[in-house]
Design a protein around this ligand. Structure first.
Ligand code: ZN
Length: 603
């Protein structure tokens, strides 16, 4: 069969793994068709009536999106394929298809998420088949398109030099806000970080020490068109320093960049701006470069924010009456907006004590609003205004009370059967074996009980950091029976049970390595989420989520899982499990999985 006479050609394409977007052009009009295909999960974009004129092109990435390829899938159809990491899927309904013409398309993909019950009991995964652990360097650099009349720049790495990075200019960014005085850049950084600047004609360059830009901001350019700033360019110059370049209109004043006490970088002009450069939305009269609009009354000044000593309230101070609007954003994060207000300069850094129900407080000036972004500890909630006077507003903080279960001495002491429940999640971490029971003995005589205890302790520590209540069935090297373990978890009415073990097959099989995660009754989702979290951040092979009749899984009443963190008889795994850094990574990933599960199930 020959090619259709009127077939168009795919001229160029670029998959930007950093922001999950795919741009492509054809020389004839095309109507892309999008579908999700399983095993491995991949998004397929078919271009009917199109030819590629070359062999398949493949790219590999780290992260939840693992690969991208372009190939001729049939005589007159080119397919662009975005492949997910094992265990991940994508919501095809949220894929956005945009085009400036029927020849030039942009496809924006939502962030991949862990697939529900996607791969439990799968007997062979792509990773097993090609015998490759999931967490390796990219196998190929992203490729340049061929025959492109308008070459699309390949996805730049954050370490690329600036000249190649000026290819993404947008009008706004969620990281950059126009404020009443200048701009606020929502990046991490301490007030102590050194910022140096130099001016070259109408260009000012700021070098930021110890600063890592978010991936989707690095190498981005923003054209705010306000305050006489034509473009703000962000560059990650090396692994811990970044650069911001302002391209100014002629005769612009100098600019100053400082890290705010609360986080974020403030960019303000140093002198007066020419009138024509003033933004239209400015209100207030506090600084040299702002004017007051007649429609606004005098803004109030917000002078401080603090958590009350007893942790029961969040208090905002101001010079006169203010109103607040609280909005729940997501996952324990709230936004408090104070209309017609400005921040006192400098705004005092709020102190958050250890154990505070608020884990992060950020503040920014957004037009005529002061905006606080409040992150609560897991389980804590920000409530309504409970107190208001001429100079303070207090919002309640609802903190779950501690469970009244005292297990400090002996874990299996008689406990009240009906310990009061509260909203703080309670997780039992169960390091296998111990004492007279060494568990498996692996290569070089390494004992399972000693490998898994440090991992379990680290998992517990990670969870506690997140405000999760944790009990361990053993925290040292002593023996606990299987029944003792599950009785304990059932008695304290734990929400989750996570048992941690290391695997073994036979010393003559050093080739068998990998992660296995087990469930029996209702722990399947928990097992899956932990399993894929580990696979995607730890260097280990995948041996799948499995169902098995382990005692601790059958006898615990709550969702329970048993993680086999690798084979002590395996050459790869036993070597890695000796490395404390590997064990810590493993622990972090297991904890991350538990937290993700808790958030998903809203425990
Ligand atoms: Zn074991």
């Amino acid at each position: 069969m020959g090619l259709p006479a009127n077939a168009g050609k795919l001229v160029s394409w670029e998959f930007q793994s950093r922001n999950n977007s795919l741009v492509f052009t054809t020389d004839e009009g095309v109507k892309p068709q999008i579908k999700l295909v399983d095993n491995p999960t991949r998004l397929v974009i078919e271009l009917p009536g199109t030819t590629l004129g070359r062999t398949t092109v493949k790219e590999k990435y780290l992260g939840a999106i693992r690969g991208f390829r372009v190939g001729q899938s049939s005589n007159d159809t080119v397919s662009l394929v975005v492949e997910m990491a094992p265990g991940y899927t994508i919501d095809v309904k949220r894929v956005k298809l945009n085009n400036s013409s029927n020849k030039r398309w942009t496809i924006e993909l939502p962030n991949p998420k862990i697939a529900p019950t996607a791969t439990a009991n799968r007997t062979s995964s792509p990773i097993n088949r090609n015998n490759r652990p999931p967490n390796r360097e990219p196998l190929a650099r992203p490729l340049k398109p061929l025959n492109s009349p308008r070459p699309v720049t390949p996805n730049p790495s954050p370490l690329d030099d600036t000249s190649r990075n000026a290819n993404r200019v947008t009008n706004n960014s969620s990281y950059v806000k126009t404020t009443r005085n200048g701009f606020f850049v929502d990046i991490e950084g301490d007030r102590g970080n050194r910022v140096t600047s130099r001016r070259d004609g109408n260009k000012i360059t700021f070098d930021l020490e110890n600063t890592t830009l978010p991936e989707d901001l690095a190498s981005q350019s923003i054209a705010p068109g306000q305050y006489g700033v034509q473009e703000i360019k962000f560059t990650q110059t090396n692994s811990n320093s970044a650069q911001i370049t302002l391209q100014l209109a002629p005769n612009s004043p100098n600019w100053l960049a400082t890290f705010s006490r609360i986080g974020g970088l403030i960019l303000v002009p140093r002198g007066d701006l020419p009138d024509s450069n003033k933004p239209e939305t400015v209100a207030g009269n506090t600084t040299t470069n702002t004017t007051k609009t007649s429609s606004q009354s005098n803004p109030s000044t917000v002078t401080a924010i603090a958590v009350a000593h007893d942790n029961s309230r969040l208090i905002i101070r101001s010079d006169r009456n203010i109103t607040t609007e609280t909005k729940f954003l997501r996952n324990g994060i709230y936004e408090i907006r104070v209309p017609n207000a400005k921040l006192i300069e400098p705004f005092p850094n709020p102190r958050l004590k250890a154990g505070s129900p608020i884990t992060q407080l950020r503040v920014r000036q957004e037009g005529t609003n002061v905006v606080f972004v409040v992150t609560t500890r897991l389980g804590a909630r920000l409530g309504n205004v409970v107190e208001q006077s001429s100079n303070i507003v207090a919002l309640s903080i609802n903190v779950p009370t501690q469970r009244v279960v005292d297990l400090s001495r002996t874990p299996f002491a008689q406990q009240p059967n009906s310990s009061p429940r509260n909203s703080r999640p309670l997780v039992v971490i169960d390091p296998g074996h111990g004492g007279k029971d060494p568990g498996t003995i692996g290569i070089g005589g390494v004992q399972e009980k000693n490998v898994i205890l440090p991992i379990s302790l680290d998992v517990a520590a990670e969870l506690k950091k997140q405000g999760i209540e944790v009990r361990m069935t053993r925290d040292r090297d002593y023996f606990v029976s299987l029944q003792g373990r599950t009785d304990f978890a059932n008695k304290i009415n734990a929400d989750l049970f996570v048992s941690i073990h290391a695997n073994a097959i036979n010393l003559s099989r050093p080739d068998v390595n990998g992660l296995e995660t087990y469930y029996y009754q209702n722990g399947r989702r928990l097992a899956e989420i932990i399993h894929w979290n580990v696979l995607n951040s730890v260097n280990i092979r995948n041996r799948n989520v499995r169902r098995a009749r382990f005692y601790v899984l059958r006898h615990s009443k709550m969702p329970a899982t048993l993680v086999e963190v690798g084979f002590l008889t395996g050459a790869e795994d036993s070597a890695r499990l000796k490395d404390p850094a590997h064990r810590q990574k493993m622990a972090k990933a297991i904890a991350q999985g538990i937290i993700q599960y808790i958030r998903e199930k809203k425990i």
